[in-house]
Design a protein around this ligand. Structure first.
Ligand code: S3P
Ligand code: PEP
Length: 421
C-alpha cells in the first residue's frame, strides 16, 4: 500500500486494563460511498454526498468517475463530495482508470466505462491484477462491448452497450452483478441478469438496489429498464465492516461499545456481525440509530455460514480465539480471492501465535487458546491488520506489521482503536 507521511513498520497493541465503555462512529461506508459516487457520476445535475469515506478505495473511485468525465469537488475534512454527473454514452476520448487496490471501484467502473464509445483502460495494483474479473468481462462482451483482456486487469473496454439479457456467475463476487446493475439503466435495451451460480455477498446487491433507488432508478429482481438517474443529496452511513472491530473488541475485552449511526434500518449486511456475537454470548442491543455490544462473560464458539458477511470473517476468527469452544466458519471459500487468500492468511497467522486454527475447504475452524506474543504479518490486507489487532487488547506482546495497510478503508483505524481505552 502506498502511504503519505511516515508509517511505522509495526504497531504494538496495548492490552486493555479496564473494561470498555466507549461510543464510536466509524467513517463512512466504503461500499455505500463508492455506489453513491458512481450513481452521482451517472446522474445529470449535481449531487452531494455527506458522511463519505475518504480512504484509498474511495479515492480510487473519485479518480475513476473523474476519468469518465464527472466533475468532482471533495472536502475530506467535512467528509463531503459534490459530483456533477456526465452521460458516459457521449464519451469519445480515450480514458484511463487506476482502480488501485479497490475491488469495488474496478468491478463497478468497468460496466460504466463500457457505456462510452471511447476506449477506457482499467488497471490497478499488482494485488488487484491478481483478483478475478472474468465474469464481468464476459458479460460486457455479451452485452455488446469490445473488451480486450484475459480475465484479469488490465482491461480495455469500449461501448456502446446494447444491453438485454445476460448470464453471470454469482459465486466468485457479487461486485460483478452490482456493477452491471448500476450501468443497466444507460444500456440501450436495459438489462436482465440471469445468475448461473449461487450468489455470494447477497446483502451488497440489496445495497446496490437501495442506493440506485435513492438516485431514482428501480431494479426489479435483477432487471433494470432503460432510464436515467436523478441527482440527489445522499447521506452515507458509517462503515459496518469497520464497526465489527469495535464490537468484537467489546466481546473480547469486556465492557460496552456503542456504534452510532448504524441503526436497525442499515443498508449494510455486516451489521449482522452483531448477531453472531450475540449467538456467542455477548449482549446486543439495537436502536434506530445505534448498535451496542456488551461483553465480559463467557463466549461460546459458533458454527456459522458467513457467505453474506464475509468481510467480518477475520474479525470473528480473532474473537473465536477467546471463546470456550471451537468456532467453525463456513461458506467463505471465495474470500481466497480477496486482497489476499484470507482463509490461508488468517489460519497461518493464528497458528504462528500458537492457536490451533485449521483451514477447511469452505472456511476455517478456530480452536480457542491463549495467543503467545507475535508480530502478525498482514499480507497487504487491511482486514488482517484490523482483526488481528483485537488479540492485543487481551493478550500481551501482540504487534501488527505494516499497519499502514489499513489506509485501504480506514486510515485512522489505529488511533480509533487506541482511543477505545
Ligand atoms: O459490493 C461491495 O461493496 C462489496 C462486496 C463484497 O465483495 P464480494 O462481492 O466480492 O464478496 C465485500 O467483500 C467488499 O468489501 C465490498
Ligand atoms: C474485499 C474488500 O474490498 P474490495 O473487494 O472492495 O477490494 C474488503 O474491503 O474487505
Amino acid at each position: 500500500m502506498a502511504h503519505f507521511g511516515a508509517v511505522p513498520d509495526f504497531i504494538a497493541v496495548a492490552p486493555l486494563t479496564a473494561p470498555l465503555d466507549a461510543t464510536v462512529r466509524p467513517p463512512g461506508s466504503k461500499s455505500i460511498t463508492n455506489r453513491a459516487l458512481l450513481c452521482a457520476a451517472l446522474a445529470p445535475g449535481t449531487s452531494t454526498l455527506t458522511g463519505a469515506l475518504f480512504a484509498d478505495d474511495t479515492r480510487a473511485m473519485l479518480g475513476a468517475i473523474a476519468a469518465l468525465g464527472a466533475t468532482v469537488e471533495a472536502d475530506p475534512a467535512a467528509a463531503t463530495v459534490t459530483v456533477a454527473g456526465v452521460d458516459p454514452r457521449a464519451g469519445r476520448s480515450d480514458a484511463v482508470v487506476d482502480a488501485r487496490y479497490s475491488g469495488t471501484t474496478s468491478r463497478f467502473i468497468l460496466p460504466a466505462a463500457a457505456l462510452r464509445p471511447g476506449r477506457t483502460v482499467v488497471d490497478g495494483t499488482p494485488q488487484l491484477r491478481a483478483r478475478p474479473f472474468g465474469p464481468v468481462l464476459d458479460a460486457l462482451r455479451d452485452l455488446g462491448a469490445l473488451v480486450s483482456a484475459n480475465g484479469f486487469l488490465p482491461a480495455t473496454v469500449s461501448g456502446p452497450l446494447r444491453g438485454g439479457p445476460v448470464r453471470l456467475s454469482g459465486h466468485i463476487s457479487s461486485q460483478f452483478l452490482s456493477g452491471l446493475l448500476m450501468a443497466g439503466p444507460l444500456m440501450t435495451d436495459g438489462l436482465s441478469v440471469e445468475l448461473t451460480s449461487p450468489l455470494v455477498s447477497v446483502p451488497y446487491v440489496e445495497m446496490t438496489k437501495a442506493v440506485m433507488a435513492a438516485f431514482g432508478v428501480t431494479v426489479d429482481g435483477l432487471e433494470v429498464a432503460p432510464g436515467s438517474y436523478r441527482a440527489t443529496d445522499y447521506a452515507v452511513e458509517p462503515d459496518a465492516s469497520a464497526a465489527s472491530y469495535f464490537l468484537g473488541a467489546a466481546a473480547i475485552a469486556g465492557g460496552t461499545v456503542t456504534v452510532r449511526g448504524l441503526g436497525t434500518g442499515s443498508l449494510q449486511g455486516d451489521v449482522g456481525f452483531a448477531d453472531v456475537l450475540e449467538r456467542m454470548g455477548a449482549k446486543v442491543s439495537r436502536t434506530a440509530d445505534s448498535l451496542t455490544v456488551s461483553g465480559g462473560g463467557t463466549l461460546t464458539g459458533v458454527d456459522v455460514d458467513m457467505a453474506d458477511i464475509s468481510d467480518t470473517a477475520q474479525t470473528l476468527a480473532a474473537v473465536a480465539v477467546f471463546a470456550d469452544s471451537p468456532t467453525r466458519v463456513r461458506g467463505i471459500g471465495f474470500i481466497r480471492g480477496k486482497e489476499t487468500n484470507r482463509v490461508a492468511a488468517v489460519v497461518t497467522e493464528l497458528r504462528r501465535a500458537g492457536i490451533d486454527a485449521v483451514e477447511d475447504a469452505d472456511g476455517f475452524t478456530i480452536h480457542p487458546g491463549p495467543p503467545r506474543p507475535t508480530r502478525f504479518a498482514t499480507y497487504d490486507d487491511h482486514r488482517m491488520a484490523m482483526s488481528l489487532s483485537l488479540l492485543g487488547l487481551r493478550a500481551p506482546g501482540i504487534e501488527i506489521a505494516d499497519p499502514g495497510c489499513v489506509a485501504k478503508t480506514y486510515p485512522d483505524f489505529f488511533s480509533a482503536l487506541a482511543a477505545l481505552s
